[in-house]
Write a protein that binds this ligand. Structure first.
Ligand SMILES: [Fe+2]
Length: 508
């Protein structure tokens, strides 16, 4: 499975790199610095991709994430640019036809005032052609090139006009060079006007001379320097989007829930604080974890539960010890409890402590580790900690409930939100999960539910009489971005309220 994801990510990264490489070449600065040398242009446009590759050597997950997002936004931006060009081209054709039709009906020539108001002024080259035609009063059929351009064929089908309309500076330069080399300019005055700025202006002066008057409408403005706005837009959107993702990942929010139950809790409210998926060493280390716990302490929890992936393969013993000590310092009425996630034992076994050493450190600090075990919080409340789904021999939901009093309020901790129906059928009152990181990044996060890997990605859900809460995690895995959610810890108030049996769930 992992090999499939790695191969798929590698393929996507390769395609994204090729796309970005071709796109960076369109920037004016690359064309200027390369001086028309295509090999130098290729090298310059590859530099951003090379930076991404170097980044990937040290941080492949986030480098690929950034590169793929940039490529995606760039494709969207290019698509937007294409749509705008098509609209502009269609408008130009329509307006040109309108002018020609008006000329046909009102006689030759067009007053300068009319030309001044002509929207085609935004297309100086087309305007020059039309002006020359009108001022010289030559029939269209005597000017093959103009005829070809002014007939009903769409502008985009004319290569020369296409070069003008597509805002492809590099292609235009190449086309200019080729045309100027092959065709004497003096024999193609109109093409020269189309392909060169300065000659066009000179020709315009000639046109004015022939007309015998000076009209602002006949002034050919220098062609604007084409800015590759699609590329700038793609870069800006990527930076802003992923910047927000970093912000949502590194900052931690408190998410509050209030749950009503018909059962007698023996107290007015039980406040449970859920911490999940800290993956120590990702967005904070041991000391950072301790600071978050200090904030959690301010919520005055009755019960603190850690629902898996406390550590990861890259966590250090030093951070694990510091965090465990901080957990030992929490003042919670009924204590601190821990279950395993799929990362706590470690996949690759290169870190400097084992899962068992972590358990020893937690227990040394008073944290209760539950592995398919139950602890009686009060005579009315039970807490059950389930082994992770990755452990084949874990007990079923029904087995975990076998010896429990169904009249008590039974809280289940299960890292992966994957067994909702069985857990609801077994009769748990509340199930707390993590693992999904709230969907992490859009749109990848929704694939968990679509594929059936998870029953829920984030938030609160009720099935039968069981309430499920999936936490987005206080930190992150290898990613440094959360664009589908934000980091959090949950504060869950459970209240006895028999009169609210029809409103057993309420979130704030
Ligand atoms: Fe997990």
């Amino acid at each position: 499975m992992w090999y499939f994801f790695i191969a798929a990510a590698g393929l996507v990264a390769l395609l994204a790199s090729i796309y970005l490489w071709t796109r960076f070449r369109k920037f004016v600065i690359v064309q200027r610095l390369s001086g028309g040398n295509k090999w130098l242009a290729a090298l310059l446009s590859a530099l951003p991709v090379i930076v991404l590759i170097i980044w990937a050597k040290y941080d492949p997950v986030n480098a690929v994430t950034a590169g793929v997002h940039l490529a995606f936004f760039w494709m969207a931006s290019d698509a937007l640019g294409w749509v705008i060009r098509q609209i502009r081209a269609a408008r130009s054709v329509g307006e040109r036809d309108h002018i020609l039709n008006a000329e046909d009906s009102s006689g030759p020539g067009k007053k300068p005032d009319d030309l001044q108001k002509d929207p085609l002024q935004e297309e100086p080259l087309q305007e020059a052609m039309l002006q020359e035609e009108m001022l010289q009063k030559k029939p269209l059929q005597k000017q093959p090139l103009q005829k070809a351009m002014l007939q009903e064929e769409p502008l985009q089908e004319e290569p020369l006009q296409k070069a003008m309309l597509q805002e492809e500076p590099l292609q235009k330069e190449l086309l200019q060079e080729e045309t100027l080399q092959k065709k004497p300019l003096q024999k193609e005055p109109l093409q020269k006007a189309m392909l060169q700025e300065e000659p066009l202006q000179k020709q315009n002066a000639g046109i004015q001379g022939r007309a015998g008057t000076h009209s602002p409408a006949l002034e050919i403005q220098p062609r604007r320097q084409h800015i590759y706005w699609q590329g700038i837009l793609a870069l800006a959107v990527t930076v802003v989007y992923l910047g927000i993702g970093v912000y949502l990942d590194y900052n931690v929010w408190e998410t509050d829930y209030t749950i009503f139950t018909e059962k007698d809790l023996g107290m007015e409210t039980l406040r449970v604080v859920q911490i999940s998926d800290s993956h120590l060493g990702t967005t904070f280390e041991g000391e950072g974890f301790a600071k978050h716990l200090a904030r959690i302490q301010e919520t005055k929890p009755d019960l603190v539960v850690l629902t898996g992936d406390y550590v990861d393969d890259d966590s250090t013993r030093e951070d694990m010890i510091r965090s465990s000590q901080a957990l030992g310092e929490i003042n919670a009425t009924y204590g601190v409890y821990f279950i395993f996630g799929n990362h706590d034992e470690g996949y690759f076994h290169y870190r400097d402590f084992t899962g068992r050493e972590m358990v020893e450190e937690l227990e040394k600090n008073g944290v209760v580790v539950l592995e398919d075990e139950t602890v009686q919080i009060t005579d009315r409340i039970n807490l059950i900690g389930r082994k992770d789904r990755s452990v084949p021999e874990r007990l079923s939901a029904a087995q975990l409930m076998e010896n429990l009093d169904p009249s008590c309020y039974n809280i289940l901790l299960d890292h992966q939100p994957h067994d909702f129906n069985n857990e609801a059928e077994a009769g748990f009152d509340l199930v707390l999960c993590g693992h999904t990181h709230g969907g992490q990044m859009f749109p990848v996060g929704i694939t968990g539910e679509l594929s059936g890997a998870n029953d829920k990605t984030y938030g609160l859900e009720q099935r039968k009489d069981t309430v499920f809460i999936v936490n987005s995690g206080i930190s992150d895995w290898a990613f440094k971005f959360k664009t589908a959610t934000r980091s959090e810890f949950g504060v869950i108030d459970i209240q006895s309220a028999p009169e609210k049996s029809d409103k057993s769930v309420k979130s704030q």
